[in-house]
Design a protein around this ligand. Structure first.
Ligand code: HEC
Length: 320
């Protein structure tokens, strides 16, 4: 055997161990359920929970998620889930609080499922849910006062005349919506009534309706009015873009308009809704807004997303 050949044979174990080293250390770490669970908790469980708008499929435990893995893979890969029809890829800017999954999270979920949906650690078998969002401070509360039993057609939209009892003008920066049955409350708009005549008109409709609130579709049926907040059910909390406030006038009443959805609750259930308001009058605000309509158009603020097959709902999110 030549010397050169002896040398190269002697090098074989060293080369093999170097290869093994590279293989072990450069191989991507296997994705485990511990990587996937926090994504599901943050991005999915707001809706896919017992009291959520999509109790089925349940995504609350390893067993649930493993069982529905093929559906989940297809839903996140095609961006059907989370439901978000606006584009957050950057084409029209980026959106505050977008329900859009960042690409690395899509990859993590898909890699986990393609890798066999491995169980990693029994401690993550149940997904720990995120704490519910809250306001920094509650400065006023709008209460619809009575439970309402929603239905179809003219019982699907209801307006409630409410008095926030404001002694001075305020800038609204966030709203928190709480309902006794949150699954039924799909969308909520707040309108400011800007004259006594508008308040009288709304009060007349309210009295005539007999039941809690009065039927209304698209507008509060009393003008002049301004749209001051538009919320949908993907999160209890709607926070306006940073340094943005919508003016609420002192001594003026508001109308809370609710669009109900009875798909999960059925026609015999009722629900009562409360809206907590947060004001920020002191922070330096870049934008004082009178009405959301103009703002939506001016700032590419408006998107449409569909949270179920029957509802196209408008939402506000900041295009940053
Ligand atoms: C804003 C509420 C909401 C969020 C957040 C959400 N879902 Fe859904 N999901 C729904 C609703 C409502 C349905 C019922 C089907 C429909 O009408 O679109 C559904 C249906 C599904 C289905 C079955 C039907 C289908 O389209 O495949 C899967 C799987 C699913 N969601 C997975 C997820 C995953 C995974 C996440 C998080 C990454 C998620 N969802 C986040 C509301 C939501």
């Amino acid at each position: 055997m030549s010397r050169a050949r002896r040398l190269s044979l002697a090098a074989v174990p060293a080369v093999l161990s170097a290869l093994a080293f590279v293989w072990l250390h450069d191989r991507p770490r296997a994705v485990t359920f511990a990587d996937v669970a926090p994504i599901l908790a943050r991005r999915c469980l707001g809706c896919h929970a017992d009291q959520g708008v999509a109790a089925r499929p349940s995504l609350r435990s390893y067993a649930d998620v493993a069982r529905f893995r093929a559906m989940i893979r297809s839903a996140v890969w095609t961006r059907r889930m989370p439901p978000w029809l606006a584009d957050n890829s950057g084409v029209c800017g980026r959106w505050q609080d977008a329900l859009w999954l960042p690409s690395d999270e899509v990859q993590t979920i898909v890699a986990w499922i393609d890798g066999g949906a491995q169980w990693a650690d029994p401690r993550t078998a149940a997904i720990r849910t995120e704490p519910a969002p809250t306001l920094a401070h509650v400065d006023a509360t709008l209460d619809t006062k009575a439970a309402f039993k929603p239905g179809l057609v003219d019982r699907a939209y209801r307006c409630f005349l409410v008095d926030p009892r404001l002694a001075s003008d305020h800038l609204l920066t966030a709203v928190l919506v709480t309902s006794s049955d949150p699954r039924m409350v799909a969308q909520l708009n707040i309108f400011s009534l800007d004259s006594e005549a508008a308040e009288v008109a709304a009060a007349r409709l309210d009295r005539a309706a007999g039941d809690a609130g009065y039927p209304c579709y698209a507008s509060p049926l009393a003008s002049p009015n301004r749209l001051v907040a538009s919320w949908t059910w993907d999160s209890p909390l709607l926070r306006f873009p940073r340094r943005t406030g919508v003016r609420l006038a002192r001594d003026r009443k508001l109308v809370v308009q609710i669009h109900y959805n009875v798909i999960t609750s059925g026609l015999s259930a009722s629900t009562q809704t409360r809206v907590d308001l947060e004001f920020d009058d002191l922070a330096p605000l870049d934008r004082w807004i009178e009405t959301l309509d103009a703002f939506l158009l001016n700032y590419c603020f408006l998107g449409i997303r569909i949270v179920d097959a029957h509802n196209a709902v408008f939402f506000g999110a900041r295009n940053t």
